[in-house]
Design a protein around this ligand. Structure first.
Ligand code: NAP
Length: 444
């Protein structure tokens, strides 16, 4: 096979791929399949000069490449004079950081799909790139093929983002959609997602909210100029949800979604990841299966939503190759590294708003003894903590697995989280409580 090349113009832009897994293979395929269109748009050829992998002798690859392109020597690849752009698609934290920082030190422009790298080391990577005068592009790092980074960086460059609500982890969204539609418990749907190839063999980062928190940190950097400690972002997984909560969400007019929420409070940023009840009339309520979406509320435009495939070989490769084209355009205009996607020196570390200070509406589920006065005890404690009730349903259905005689479902008006948690602690300690109360936040 000849070296992978896209486009037929005279000029060649050299690309080194680090990684030939799902995304790397998609990039190779797209550069070949869309070669003519890329040539027409760019007026130059993107030529893959080398591909670094961990195991070059691997029998099965998702795409066929010239064996001579494969190498295990990342450092030698980064110092090649015929490589202009390094495309980091190995994933993970430490090795990717070393590779990207070394690429920048060699004066190479970087395209990456790695949200973990940017969430943990974005400040260092962007500062090094600015010092060296090279580009770092990362469209595929959030929402895969949906071009949300470009929207926030360019489309909304003149606007001021007030808050964002997003579904940025396709695996979690697929699982919640199945739980809602089929009433199947979490563990069974997860096994099905793994069988279908949606979930990793170790799905912890997806279902715990960790992956979504990394993406939220990148979004908050772009939207609010805030560098957050991504590991400190509040996250709750989807693994503790009960099929009953989906049924009652519907009764109250909501749909449960795995949401990321970001809001600028000036001195602090509210950033949180948890299953959330969203009003059934919201556009986000209709984002089902493995799809991703970001709803942005901004000062001048108002509400706008971006929707599509948040992962997968070809959608993600599309975002990566679009970045390659943009960097190549910068190179041809002799503007590479000269028009930073954001003045990273202007980014500031910002504290996270403590969860006790956030304000939200809440869905609360109490498994209790079926005795007169139970409802009164619950509502009195909530009232004493400034938590005002909008709707209540008492169901005599027993809570499976607990010695309860009834279940009480409450939807509150907006309240301070610290007050709600204090009330729940008191209710959990009552003799009538058969199980710890369940809380799901409601977005309005
Ligand atoms: P993957 O399928 O696991 O592929 C990783 C590739 O990197 C493999 O080819 C592996 O080599 C190579 N590699 C790993 N460590 C290496 C090292 N130290 N030196 C040289 N090569 C190394 O991963 P992926 O799904 O393509 O994901 C790549 C990146 O894209 C990640 O940052 C991920 O978060 C991001 N991303 C993925 C998706 C998606 O849908 N998959 C969507 C958005 C973003 P071998 O093949 O020899 O093992």
């Amino acid at each position: 096979m000849a070296p992978v090349a896209a486009g037929g113009g005279d000029r060649e832009i050299g690309v080194a791929l680090l990684g030939l897994g799902n995304v790397g293979a998609g990039v190779v395929k797209l550069l070949e399949d869309n070669a003519a269109a890329i040539r027409a748009r760019l007026g130059a050829r993107l030529v893959v000069r080398a591909i670094a992998v961990r195991a070059p002798d691997k029998k099965k690859r998702l795409v066929e490449v010239d064996r001579a392109l494969l190498t295990t020597d990342i450092e030698a690849t980064l110092s090649r004079p015929d490589v202009d752009i390094v495309c980091e698609l190995i994933g993970g934290d430490a090795e990717a950081k070393v590779a990207v920082e070394s690429a920048i030190a060699h004066g190479k422009h970087v395209v990456t799909a790695n949200k973990l790298l940017l969430a943990r080391h974005g400040t260092a990577v962007f500062a090094a790139a600015e010092d060296k005068g090279v580009d770092v592009y990362y469209e595929a790092a959030v929402c895969g093929g949906v071009p949300v980074i470009r929207v926030l960086r360019e489309g909304l460059a003149s606007d001021r983002v007030e808050n964002i609500h997003g579904i940025v982890n396709g695996t979690s969204n697929f699982i919640l959609t199945e739980m809602r539609d089929k009433g199947t418990p979490f563990a069974e749907v997860l096994a099905e997602a793994q069988r279908l190839g949606y979930a990793e063999s170790d799905p912890t980062l997806d279902v715990s909210g960790g992956d979504a928190a990394h993406k939220l940190a990148v979004l908050c950097m772009l939207c609010f100029g805030a560098m957050l400690d991504s590991d400190a972002i509040h996250k709750e997984g989807i693994d503790t949800l009960d099929p009953r909560d989906f049924a009652y969400a519907e009764k109250f007019g909501y749909v449960v979604k795995p949401l990321v929420i970001g809001r600028d409070h000036g001195r602090a940023v509210e950033a949180r990841v948890h299953p959330t009840m969203v009003p059934a009339r919201w556009l986000l309520a209709d984002v089902d299966g493995a799809k991703n979406a970001l709803y942005v509320t901004s000062y001048a435009l108002g509400g706008s939503m971006y929707y599509g495939a948040g992962a997968g070989m070809m959608p993600t490769a599309m975002a990566v190759v679009s970045d390659l084209i943009e960097v190549a355009r910068n190179l041809m205009a002799k503007a590479a590294g000269a028009r930073p996607t954001r003045r990273h020196r202007a980014l500031a570390p910002k504290p996270l708003l403590p969860m006790t200070e956030i304000r939200s509406r809440y869905y609360l589920r109490f498994s209790v003894a079926d005795r007169p006065g139970v409802l009164g005890q619950i509502t009195t404690i909530l009232g004493n903590h400034e938590v005002s009730i909008a709707q209540v349903i008492q169901d005599s259905e027993r809570d499976p697995g607990h010695d309860s005689g009834a279940t009480v479902f409450v939807v509150t008006h907006e309240a301070r989280e610290g007050d709600v948690q204090a009330a729940l602690a008191k209710i959990a300690a009552l003799p009538i409580a058969a199980a710890p109360p369940r809380l799901i936040r409601i977005a309005e």
